[in-house]
Design a protein. Sequence first.
Lengths: 378, 271
Amino acid sequence: MESLRKNDVGDLLFNEEEKNREDRGRKAKAKVYQVLLATLILLLLFSMTVSIMLGPISISPFTVWKIALSKVPFIENLIIQDWAKAQEQIIWEIRFPRVILGAVVGAGLAIVGVAIQALVRNSLADPFILGVSSGASVGATLVIIFGAFKLFGQYALSLAAFLGAMISVFLVFLVAQVNGRISTVRLLLSGIAISMMLSAMTSYIVISAPREEGMRDALFWMMGSLAGAKWEQLSIPFFSLLMGIGLLLFFARPLNLLLIGEQTASTLGLNIDIFKKILMLVTALLTGVLVAVSGAIGFIGLMVPHVVRLFVGSDHRYVLPVSALIGAIFLIWADVVARIIVAPQELPIGIVTALCGGPFFIWLLRRNSYSFGEGDGK
Amino acid sequence: MKLTVDQLSTTIEQKSIIDQITMFVESGQFVGIIGPNGSGKSTLLKTIYRILRPNAGLVSLNNEDILKFSHKEFARSMAVVAQEGSAPFDFTVEEIVLMGRSPHKRFFERDTLEDAYFTRTALVKVGLEGYSDRSFSTLSGGEKQRVLIARALVQKASFLILDEPTNHLDIHHQLHILDIIRKLGVSTLAAIHDLNLAAAYCDVIYVINEGEIVKHGTPSEVVTRSMLKEIFKVDCTVTTHPITGKLQISYVSEGMYKGSTLSQTPDTTVG
């Protein structure tokens, strides 16, 4: 306490009782947050289990977990194998990678949504606002319809989509940058302009498809899908997500500063110009990777951050982890719906996220307590 | 902490906005900048707090060139209260004030109990005790401005810049905020719109017009009838306030008379 008195210019002193109260208050807040995180993690595991159980062949939750644990070194010896080889094949080779991909993509799109909304200080922004999805679509449709990039075999589609995304973000970056600075309005508008041009290219590629089914496949890809997920394709998205979450959490404080305004952030010690560029790079790379493996799944990156802010406020230290978990859970359930609603066919998952998310979002809009970024809203 | 501005010029899009400005703020002084709209007040301040880059000249804090400071070092030395902008998403009052601790934090460093004390102390000082958990967007203009001052306080900077912070506030809040800042006794450079307030609160006043300092000195040296006529294009009387002993500007303008003209202005004390 003594040091505090000296430090402070003013004449206020805190007594022991106040100190304890402050401390208790802080601990109580931390506790609430920890309980929330733990609940969401349990909910995520539950959602993954249910998602794996459901399908043309139903599987009991115990089998799901036994198969999962039988793949873990050391524990594997403790599991008695009482399931059919075919079951294991379906679960381990098809359903597990798919649900994990869903979680990774959902979490990734949600945190990118959070970061992009801070970057452009706009509540309507989503991960695709800087042209990632339209650039990826050009690459993907070229591969799907004209079989471009044959050289890369099964990775041609992902690679082309990723390259398209990067080229488009780079173009947006070039247009938005003036004298080494990126202005927010310029960034938004150049994102829209580049997206429009690339979308036109995609449309042209699609309508000049030589085969009908090529068109359908291209459309399906653009709406996003988790079908065909394989273990060997998971590691890049997974590690990109981990790095993305880590970096953005590392930047939680600067992200908060960015939200309250660039000049203010600058007077509070943030190097705005460099930070915005880093943020653009991180979000573009992560979104590019996610779009490359799952197509452009809309809505999730726009909606989840808003929902999360409603519950935990705007502080990115809380918004980022909670958004990642809710995004993962939401996309897993959207995929469940996409798989079973028109079984044995599948819906593109983007249709499900928009159809489920839309009404929810409208309900959110109609509530009075959330301002959607109109600073003075009530 | 003392501030020296030496022959500072700033150009925006090839247009010279401020030209060879030289000024000083001694340690502990409250220095005001006054000038008509478009005179370059804001550009001058923004160049001093490093939002704009000067084309020529030097700004130094305690004889050190401010452009040599890192962003965080600079924010630890100089705090800025500007007109409030609105954040796209809502924060609580406590979160906003705690942001003032950012320049003292390394990445990943958490807020400590000490930060919480600073925050509470600052909120008490600006008269917002018990507002910690209120959401910032629901506050009135005056309350918001006081939160921003609290944020500047927890920054623990030894130099304060006020960029017309009281413009939209009603008179009670304007006085309250200037009282708070005077009481702090920290070196302050402030752009103040209201000339009566500038005359009453500042130790030294600089008058800026068309990008140049045209006059400076104590309020009684600077705030004169002729200066107000020449620079601000207003007629007025300058008297001494009967209670505070500060200067008191009373404006006189044509429309204030019942059907009469300025030539009938009664005798005035010329400041």
